[in-house]
Design a protein around this ligand. Sequence first.
Ligand code: NI
Length: 423
Amino acid sequence: MILKNIRYLVTQNDDRQIIEDVDLLIHGDRIAGIGHQIPAGNHRIIDCSNKVVMPGLINAHTHVSMTLLRGISDNKELQDWLEEDIFPAEEKLEEEDAYIGALLGCMEMLTTGTTTFNDMYDHMDQVAEAVDQTGIRAMLGRGLLDVDGERDRRVDEAIELVESCRGHGRISTCFAPHGVYTASEQLLLEAKDCAEIFNTSYHIHVSETEKEVNDSIDENEKPPLEYLNELGLVNNDLIAAHGVWLTDKEKQIMAEKGGNVIHNPAANLKLGSGIADIPEIMEKEINVALGTDGVASNNNLNLFEEAKLASILHKRNNPEKINEQQILDMATINGAKALGLEDEIGSIELGKKADLITIDLDSPDMTPVHGKKGLISNIVYSFSGKVDDVVVDGEPVVQGGEVVKVGREKILKYAADLSEKFE
Ligand code: NI
């Protein structure tokens, strides 16, 4: 496949190079050539005149099956939201529902420019099926909790997921203890051991609310990240969602030992959890990526929207705190680093996986473009997120804004038909 006459190629390589009027060649699942006037030969041609081509976005923390729970509870803080509305809804959520929710979520992510997501939830076989069918890329982890004596079953399922996804070109796996308030010390240590044995990351909610921190101090005499550090879980394999209430000491621990913070500003604001001090975390050279969290707390999966929110949120007292390039990095290459996939995805470079999106410049929200700097500004601040084409693993999965591998109308109808069940 060859993408011809690309107006702007936003590479996100080390130099953050933007190349004008260029062609891009894809062989199999990888980027095989970037240059001017590459001969088309027998390759399938995608005409990218007046289009931007950039790396697909990476949603580094979500729960995709929860897309089915969109809008069921909008006015409660996290603990009440979970206990009064979400846990009861999840009790009704069967395998087939999780599958439909995941299809719906994958479709929403693809059509808004996300090509990879990192997921933690129940019914992960169904999520894997939806990932396989829609053509998106994902890192999946079975959520591990031991609040109800079902710890061993969940650990078994987590290991089975890792084994059943092995060899799938677009699915990687990790271990996903839910949080220090839902996973015991024994389970956290078990997740760590499993991650070491299977050479994966671990994905966990950390310091999302002030209550979580206070409860951890009561129970463990330490805030959550310090406690995880004591158990040996703070290193580059740690994918820590939220980090809203990280202490200075905890940020220092991460600066020294590694680990990734996933910023989910919409969910944190909507559940009244607070605002993570991302500029300060970034100053310590801790890797920060971006996530939407689940739709039940966002209420969508549009990572372009999240990017804009993240930027203006941290500019609120000082517009110099963060800039559009840093935000774009969070949504692309930093997400790849968080997932341990930076050699494969997150930028458009020779030999990397062909995971990319196209944006039509012939639309009001992308007009005018004031040079290369203005282009990044438009991508972060004015673009709606409605992408034109999406390629994942060298395969076209969205064309003209619509998914091509699954039936849009069918998924929408199945999801709509389930609405009454969760009202
Ligand atoms: Ni979450």
